[in-house]
Design a binder for this molecule. Structure first.
Ligand SMILES: Cc1cc2nc3c(=O)[nH]c(=O)nc-3n(C[C@H](O)[C@H](O)[C@H](O)COP(=O)(O)OP(=O)(O)OC[C@H]3O[C@@H](n4cnc5c(N)ncnc54)[C@H](O)[C@@H]3O)c2cc1C
Length: 456
């Protein structure tokens, strides 16, 4: 039965069938020698925890299904903001605080969170830290390895590792242990508290959307943005023509595309964040004028107020949701030299011709400023072999071109079999040693991130 809470998290009407349990989707995985939770175990927890901290199964359903309806696995009472220092911008929170709620809490103090992503309304700080989420403003604020100043982590043996008491920006006293847990996907311990450095919210945010007639021009527009807008440039995103078509059809059919033409091969969104609206606007205007005069940009539009800023951003932010609404979603997140982006998307389309195979809506978009390409597609029904063939092609393509198979979404179970191809034996051996040291009984998120040791 589809519970109302599950539908809410995973985009309401979009989802007709809840994805099978991971054990069904990955039948080759043999369950380890783990005990099943029984009534006796639950009673122990009931004795340990105050009643308001106890969660029953239905309360956790909503957190057991990922946004794309691809995984069903398994917290949500850790949702307190513990402290905020309005001088340093350091906030200490429970790991279960929703990203958007934290941003709303910071706003009246003139601060913001240093990451922003489409899942902000449902993802939690602990999840962001554990996946080292990047998002739309990584270009400006850097990633969580720099912005997380302290963590509270419960280790598998029950020890609590706590570095929240001294959340310092500079601290070179030995190993920076918290870094191990950022991006560890819960394989080394459970993050329960996070100290985060938050930046001042910019007084002025300006956004331009542009159309270009080739990917070379996207690169030139990006290079020019770094020259002309330098310190105020906070995001440079791109998407292709097919992305516009799908977003318009599935989500924004009542809206007119903001640019004169919706048939250019590529579009980009540039965002600036600074302290003086008129000054930043002038800079953006002269950037546009220069690049339209020299033929790099074919068409461009500038948001005149906050609602237009949001209206432009939605054409980029709604792409993942449009894919989710259009059938079984396949989502990829690779990093590589940006000059390779169009070749990869074209090669994927040649291999799996949309409309002539079981695949459709093959889209390319992402974060130019971070060298991060997202390829997303739909598949007819759910076909395990069809998914594996697509995965294999994309992951091998990225590895062969010295790219990464995961720029910001992590490894999980989906990509674990490719770790032997993208990490060398020394790296893998060290990762296994670290895991074994922390988690002797392999109870933390087993089967994920680190591949089984078959002599590789
Ligand atoms: C629409 C959409 C857009 C997105 N856009 C971006 C983007 O632009 N950039 C980007 O980087 N990512 C993006 N993501 C992915 C996003 O980074 C992750 O979904 C999010 O950061 C994970 O947080 P969560 O609370 O949802 O974690 P979950 O999905 O619940 O968990 C993710 C992983 O972290 C582990 N984990 C969760 N909480 C803890 C904890 N407290 N302690 C230890 N381990 C834990 C889980 O076991 C799991 O392995 C997007 C996702 C969606 C759905």
């Amino acid at each position: 039965m589809l519970s109302s809470s599950i539908t809410r998290r995973a985009f309401s009407s979009a989802i007709k069938t809840i994805t099978p349990l991971t054990s069904k989707k990955h039948p080759h995985l043999k369950r380890g020698p783990y005990k099943k939770v029984d009534a006796q175990d639950i009673n122990v927890f009931k004795k340990l925890l105050p009643e308001q901290q106890q969660v029953v199964t239905e309360d956790t359903d909503v957190y057991n299904l990922d946004f794309f309806n691809l995984y069903r696995g398994s917290s949500n009472k850790f949702n307190q903001i513990r402290s905020f220092d309005a001088t340093s911008g350091i906030v200490v929170v429970d790991a279960g605080v929703i990203l958007q709620n934290l941003d709303q809490h910071l706003e009246p103090h003139g601060y913001t969170v240093p990451l922003d992503l489409g899942a902000k309304g449902s993802c939690q700080i602990g999840g962001n830290v554990s996946t080292n989420a990047g998002g739309l403003r990584l270009m400006r604020f850097g990633n969580l390895h720099g912005n997380v100043l302290g963590l509270e982590v419960v280790l598998p043996d029950g020890t609590i590792l706590n570095s929240l008491a001294t959340p310092l920006r500079k601290d070179n006293t030995g190993y920076d242990l918290k870094q191990l847990f950022i991006g560890a996907e819960g394989t080394l311990g459970i993050v329960t508290g996070v100290a985060l450095l938050t930046p001042k919210k910019a007084r002025a945010t300006n956004v331009a959307m542009v159309a270009v007639d080739s990917f070379e021009h996207i690169q030139q527009a990006y290079a020019s943005a770094r020259d002309e807008l330098s310190e105020i440039l906070s995001a440079f995103e791109f998407w292709d023509h097919d992305s516009v078509q799908l977003v318009q059809k599935t989500m924004l059919s009542d809206q007119i595309y903001p640019l004169n033409s919706s048939s250019s091969p590529y579009y980009a969104l540039l965002e600036t964040q600074g302290s003086r609206e008129d000054h930043d606007m002038q800079k953006l205007e002269s950037y546009l004028e220069k690049n339209m005069t020299n033929g790099v940009i074919q068409d461009g539009v500038l948001a005149q107020d906050a609602s237009q800023v949001n209206a432009l951003w939605q054409w980029r932010e709604k792409i993942p949701e449009a894919i989710t609404r259009s059938g079984t979603a396949m989502t990829y997140d690779v990093a590589m030299d940006i000059r390779l982006f169009p070749r990869m998307v074209q090669d994927v389309k040649t291999k799996f011709p949309p409309g002539k195979s079981q695949y459709s809506n093959i889209l390319g978009f992402g974060h130019i400023g971070d060298g991060n390409l997202h390829i997303m597609a739909n598949m007819e029904g759910f076909d395990q072999h069809g998914q594996e063939a697509f995965d294999d092609y994309i992951f091998k393509w990225a590895i062969e071109h010295q790219g990464s198979i995961s720029a910001e979404h992590g490894i999980g179970i989906h990509k674990v079999d490719y770790m032997t191809q993208c990490k060398n034996p020394v790296q893998l051996a060290l990762m296994r040693k670290i895991k074994a040291n922390f988690d002797k009984h392999s109870i933390m998120n087993p089967y994920k991130v680190i591949p089984e040791n078959n002599g590789v």
